[in-house]
Design a binder for this molecule. Structure first.
Ligand SMILES: NC(=O)c1ccc[n+]([C@@H]2O[C@H](COP(=O)([O-])OP(=O)(O)OC[C@H]3O[C@@H](n4cnc5c(N)ncnc54)[C@H](OP(=O)(O)O)[C@@H]3O)[C@@H](O)[C@H]2O)c1
Length: 361
């Protein structure tokens, strides 16, 4: 009988965790058991917890009472199978709990992917129900498992924001303002804009004093501004704001400074999850929530299913290769160390140079 280790998080007090070890019951017909040997951990996972009820992230792998299982992007091997189309030995990449093992119910199985068709997941955003069967993928992708867990889900979003801006001719903006630019989603966007010779807009990144040198070292911003010094930017030119921080103070400061020159304002994330708050009515474009799956759906309709995600993957691989030397991958083994690092992540104790990879096996 397989022993499973999981880290549960209190949905109401995110710093409170519980290590749960249990023997897994035998598989039912159609199920597969996977051993999750690695997953990435970033502020995005904190956001999954913070918006777990609003968007449904807690519902992918339900727990008991007030406890929840935070979803992560990881790689796993199928180690037992009651599904003939997904045999033992299959290698998967997808959305898992912070756990050593998980049980999936494959459906709509193709050579390169399947969906988990468990009843309770059918009503949840479909993007997260897909599992890539990576042995069917190009070798260069198979060789990038760490990058795929740690960077690709974020860089794919960076690419979708880049695509959204290009698609809308930057709403007439001459500069792009990136909030919390030291985040992977933030600097991924800045790099993609910087690497496109067709983009003439200036790229201005906002970050904390501690992370400014890291961002400057990446060389993807025309200007790096430390929080509190927003007034130094040129407020007379039309600007598009892409915010990964969710910090109400920063949003109010930039909208007030730019007024009608704030021509678009996209709310992407909330790395400053404890500084969120009501911004009230703001001058300029109304801040609008950017939900990556919506841009995928738009492009799937225009370009055909899967085309946008393949472009996002290619761009992610490109940026991941370029920033490899700027980051150091750090492995966390075991649920005790994971619970400690989870609290450090909540408390902003993880420098952007540290790439956290975890295994509970
Ligand atoms: N809407 C979508 O579809 C979508 C998709 C992907 C990601 N996102 C969001 O984008 C954001 C960035 O995610 P990521 O995984 O790329 O982040 P990450 O690389 O882990 O970001 C690290 C950076 O976030 C800031 N930070 C981290 N923890 C903090 C804390 N507790 N308090 C204040 N600042 C903190 C710091 O940047 P600074 O010093 O520069 O502020 C830090 O360098 C997340 O909120 C994520 O949910 C949204």
């Amino acid at each position: 009988m397989t022993q499973c280790t999981e880290l549960w998080v209190d949905r109401k007090q995110l710093r409170k965790t519980r290590i749960v070890k249990a023997a897994l019951p035998p598989l039912a017909e159609g199920e597969v058991l996977v051993a999750i040997d690695q997953f990435g951990l970033t502020a995005n996972n904190v956001s999954y917890a913070v918006s777990g009820d609003a968007i449904g992230y807690w519902a992918y792998y339900p727990a008991e009472g007030d406890w929840g299982k935070v979803p992560v992007w990881g790689c796993a091997n199928v180690i037992e199978s009651n599904c003939s189309q997904v045999p033992v030995g299959d290698r998967l990449w997808g959305f898992f709990p912070m756990a050593s093992h998980a049980v999936l119910v494959p459906g709509k199985v193709r050579e390169d992917q399947f969906l988990d068709v468990r009843e309770h997941r059918k009503v949840l955003p479909a993007l997260y129900n897909g599992y890539r069967r990576t042995r069917a993928e190009p070798e260069f992708l198979q060789a990038m498992e760490v990058e795929r867990c740690l960077l690709f889900p974020l860089f794919a979003t960076s690419w979708l924001i880049y695509d959204y801006l290009v698609d809308n001719a930057f709403f007439g903006a001459q500069q792009v303002l990136v909030g919390s630019v030291s985040s992977k989603t933030g600097f991924g966007l800045a790099c993609m804009l910087h690497n496109d010779p067709g983009v003439t807009q200036r790229i201005i990144g906002f970050t904390s004093a501690a992370n400014a040198a890291f961002v400057k070292g990446l060389g993807c911003c025309d200007e790096v501004v430390v929080y509190g010094e927003e007034a130094t930017i040129d407020s007379k030119v039309p600007s598009a704001y892409v915010d990964m921080s969710g910090d109400a103070r920063l949003t109010i400061a930039l909208h007030t400074l730019l007024g009608e020159n704030m021509v678009d304002s996209a709310m992407v994330g909330a790395t400053h999850w404890e500084e969120r708050g009501d911004t009230g009515a703001l001058p300029g474009a109304r801040p609008t929530f950017f939900f990556a799956p919506a841009q995928v759906a738009k492009r799937d309709g225009e370009w055909g299913p899967g085309v946008a995600m393949m472009k996002a993957m290619a761009a992610s691989a490109d940026v991941a290769t370029k920033v490899r030397s700027d980051m150091r991958v750090e492995w966390i083994h075991g649920a005790g160390d994971l619970s400690r690092i989870w609290v450090e992540l909540l408390d902003n104790q993880i420098a952007p140079t540290r790439g956290l990879m975890v295994s509970l096996l």
